[in-house]
Structures are given as structure tokens and as C-alpha cells.
Design a protein around this ligand. Sequence first.
Ligand code: PAZ
Length: 327
Amino acid sequence: MDATNHQSEESQEMPSYTETNAFFGSAPPLKDEEEITRKIQDFIESNSLRPEVGKFARVVCVTSGGTTVPLERRCVRYIDNFSSGHRGAASTEYFLKAGYSVIFLYRRGTCQPYCRSLPDDPLLDCFDISDGSSIQVDSSHGEAVKRAIIAHRVAVSGGYLLKLPFTTIFEYLQLLKLIALSSRSLGTSAMFYLAAAVSDFYVPWETMTVHKIQSGSGPLDMRLAQVPKMLSVLRKEWAPSAFCISFKLETDSKILLDKASMALKKYKVHMVVANELSTRKEEVIVVSENGNIVVRRDKTQTGADVENPLIELLVDRHSAYIKNLDA
Ligand code: PAZ
């Protein structure tokens, strides 16, 4: 997000109780909060009790897509954060394959698990009405559609995939808090994989104009408040035993690793996945206390992506974490 930061990100301490409360206290209430809370709790409970995986039932919360910052309560204009949701969707597929249950917290309208190989407008591009009445899958997309529907149905109806949408920074952080608090019962078996691009600045709800901002009154002068650094709160208060992976995106490769190392120390996450905008689909660097590991897409394989080796590495490190702490 492009806005002036008066205090450098790294110089901030854990947000105070007052700052965190001010954010949540002034946020518009989550629609259907009771129902969503019940869904999250049921999902976590049924997955932690799965007899086939015993005490090592693992649940990962994958966040995906960018949060918006509304500028008006009856929102016409908003500030957005870049993220197609591809990383989150691909990673969700690999976590499911590795035996994890996934809470997929995603921005409405972004890339979905198992839909990556479908065209941008699957409904119009994959289907045909050949004889004027019945709908058929176009033969060129037949296999991809079949694979997507079957894999998605197995994950959702089997109770391994829970999808929760968000749009604004208010919805995102309220949902993340609900998931984190509910995940405490899983202890070290819970993982947070925070690939969403989260706004750093916002307009507090109580100071936000209700109606559409009018352009007739000249240039717009607006002061944005800083979003409290909830990553610290997640680590220290909401889910202190969970294995926590955050992401750092930069466009300037010269500062990427320094920023990732600072985030590792400041938020006390277990690993930071550093990536550069232009090369994010080719390679990422996993930064941890034990050093940096470069993870690359296997270019010799058609269709290979960087998320495959990345999730393999993280699953392995999560196993070591559980073994160490539960020993
Ligand atoms: O969603 P996408 O596949 O287009 O991009 C993924 C990403 C670059 C948003 C993600 O890898 C990431 O770095 N997320 C954190 C962004 C941040 O530093 O705010």
C-alpha cells in the first residue's frame, strides 16, 4: 500500500492492548460471526479427533489474497493490496496432499484450490450447449474440470478443507483471530501460513465518512492510521504453540533479506518466506534462525511450481518442531 509511514515498521514493539482493542472495538462486526465461529470450532474439533491420524492431526490456516481498506462506510472506493491468491491456492493443494486439514482464509474473487489449471472464466470457457438444451464440458477442458471437481469435493465433503472469504482488513483480522483462538486446542499441530498481503494502514471505522467521497471539493487529504502488528499478537497471545510462517514481499531485491530477517526477530515467527514480486513464481528464500534456504521451481518439469518444494520443506520443519516440543 502506498502511504506515508511515520514510524519504521521494524522500530515498533508489540501493539499495546489499547491499540489492538481500538482496532477490533471500532471494526464493523463480522457478518454471521456466530455461524462462522461454530464452523471453525467444528472443523478443528473433528480434525483433531481424526482416529486415522491420531495425535498428530495437523491443521494449517492458509491466508491468501490481499485485504482492502475501505475509504467510505458505504464503500465505493478502497485501497487494495496486490495478490492474485495463486500462492495460497497452490499451497492449500500441497498441504492437503501432505495430509493436513486446511482452513483457507481467502480474498473473495481470488484464485481457488484446484482451479489453477482452468481458464479465467471457467463457466463460459469450459462449458457448451451443443444441442441447444443440455450443458456439456468442452472436450479440451474435460480432464481439468473433472480433476478439479473430484479433488475439491473429496477435500470439502471429507471435512479436510474449510474455506472462509474476506474482503476488508477488518474482516481478515477478525477471522484470523477467531481461527487462532480456536486452534489453541491443537497446540503444536497447528500451523499458520500467512501468504495474504495485509494492509499496513487503514481508516478507522469511527472516523470514516458514511457516503461516497465527493470529488468537487478538490484534492483529497486523508490520514491513515497504522494497523496494529497482529502477527506479534498471534504469536504471543492467540496461538503461542502453533508453528508460524509469515511472508515478506519486496520489489527491491537489495532490501528483501534484511527485511525478512528483521521480521523473523521482531515477530518471533518460526520462518519467513522472502519473495520478490517479479520472481515470486520461480524462487523464494526461507529465512529462519538456522539460516536461509533457497527454494526453486523445478524448471525441467512442465507445470512444476515453487509451492511444491516449499510445502515439502515446511511440512518437514513442522514435524521437527512437533517432535522437539512434544518430546
Ligand atoms: O498471491 P500471489 O501468488 O499473486 O502472490 C503471493 C504473495 C507475493 C502475495 C505472497 O507470496 C506474499 O509475499 N505475501 C505477503 C505480502 C506482504 O509482504 O505483505
